[in-house]
Design a protein around this ligand. Structure first.
Ligand code: PLP
Length: 377
């Protein structure tokens, strides 16, 4: 089976981790946490980096920095991971959803302004599968209405919007370094911001809201979301080779597009003129006219040795939120179609040309076999 995703880890990663073990700096104290934060913040062009234990934790801390009042609203795409909506709900806020853009699969920025109410506090933009959100309209709206922008950049390490790095555009940005992300620490995350107050609050929330002045004295409740020095050691080595990792993703993306672009029933990832796509995962959306959905397509690809993953299921289709009285009866046709018809192909960094050929042949064979089995299609 060709796996969906594998990290690319090398000598430097091993050397840095060995240093942690040799010196005994294995908890969240130690040089690598600071250096990793500094290196990643610099790369994205942000002033502060606050390393945390996951991308989900980074989102919780980011929303925590906004000090929402109960009932405050945060606009976000329905088509995303649950971490986004969960972070808002856990902080007493209300997620307000928009549909997806048909081409980029990111949020439809044209739907955001209509969703702004007197309770709106922030827009959580989520860059999707390696492609940036169209940020300028979002930044303009944030300015006009006094809203914060949280950028979930977990899928776009190294991607750019009009030449500016994703994760360097919002008031707060968040990254995940889970093992399938472009930069990994195994498990891990980071929050970036230019705002000194947000950075201080984020450091406080990450570490049980201990304060400098007095040990074991707390003015607020926090979390243990600390990243270990060992994880940061891997992260620092990864950041030092980020250009290589991003270039690899882009070449995998280009190789797939070259081989699949003539297949009429497949919608492939795009790269808008203002975007640098890093093809975190190479997605496909299967035309409904085929009569084949993503689940059936995935089964056929698996039979041919190709692992895939389905696209997200929108937040408005989640029972857990319906039980809270959220999103009932809401309909987002693009996100619903993406959830039914979308999947992503093996996109791991170590993927070889031969494996890409095998995957593309499996895609063609699956579609051809289906057409034979269903004449007239
Ligand atoms: C992976 C991911 C997360 C969550 O990160 P974890 O480290 O797995 O908690 C959040 N948002 C997006 C868009 C992601 O892709």
């Amino acid at each position: 089976m060709i796996p969906v995703s594998e990290p690319l880890l090398g000598r430097k990663e091993a050397e840095y981790v060995a240093e942690c073990i040799r010196t005994g700096w294995i908890s969240s104290a130690g040089r690598f946490v600071d250096e990793f934060e500094r290196a990643w913040a610099d790369y994205c062009g942000m002033k502060h980096g606050v390393a945390v234990s996951s991308g989900t934790a980074a989102l919780q801390v980011a929303v925590g920095c906004l000090d929402l009042e109960p009932g405050d609203e945060v606009i976000m795409p329905t088509f995303t991971i649950i971490s986004c909506a969960m972070a808002v709900v856990e902080m007493g806020g209300v997620p307000v959803l928009v549909d997806s853009d048909e081409r980029t699969w990111c949020m439809d920025v044209g739907q955001v302004e209509d969703k702004i109410t007197p309770r709106t506090r922030a827009i959580m933009v989520v860059h999707m599968y390696g492609h940036p959100v169209d940020m300028d309209p979002m930044l303009d709206l944030a300015d006009k209405h006094g809203l914060a922008i949280i950028e979930d950049a977990a899928q776009v390490h190294g991607a750019e919007y009009t030449g500016r790095k994703c994760g360097g555009l919002g008031e707060i940005s968040t990254f995940s370094f889970y093992s399938n992300k472009i930069i990994t620490t195994g498990e891990g995350g980071m929050l970036l911001t230019n705002d000194d107050i947000h950075a201080e609050k984020a450091r406080c929330l990450r570490n049980l809201c201990f304060i400098q002045e007095r040990r074991f004295f707390h003015k607020r409740l926090g979390y243990n979301f600390r990243l270990t020095n060992m994880q940061a050691a891997v992260g620092l080595a990864q950041v030092q080779r980020v250009e290589e990792l991003v270039a690899r993703k882009r070449s995998i993306g280009a190789a797939y597009t070259e081989r699949l672009c003539d297949i009429k029933v497949l919608q492939l990832p795009v790269e808008e003129p203002w975007a640098k796509n890093v093809y975190w995962m190479y997605g496909l959306v299967l035309d409904e006219s085929t009569g084949l959905d993503a689940v059936a397509f995935a089964e056929r690809l698996a039979e041919r040795g190709v692992m895939t993953r389905p696209f997200f299921l929108g937040m408005h289709e989640q029972p857990v939120f319906h039980d809270m009285g959220l999103f009932k009866g809401e309909v987002y046709p693009i996100a619903e179609r993406l959830a039914r018809q979308g999947l992503y192909l093996p996109s791991g960094l170590p993927l070889t040309e031969e494996q890409i050929d095998t995957v593309c042949q499996a895609v063609r064979d699956s579609l051809a076999a289906w057409r034979v089995a269903r004449p007239g299609r």
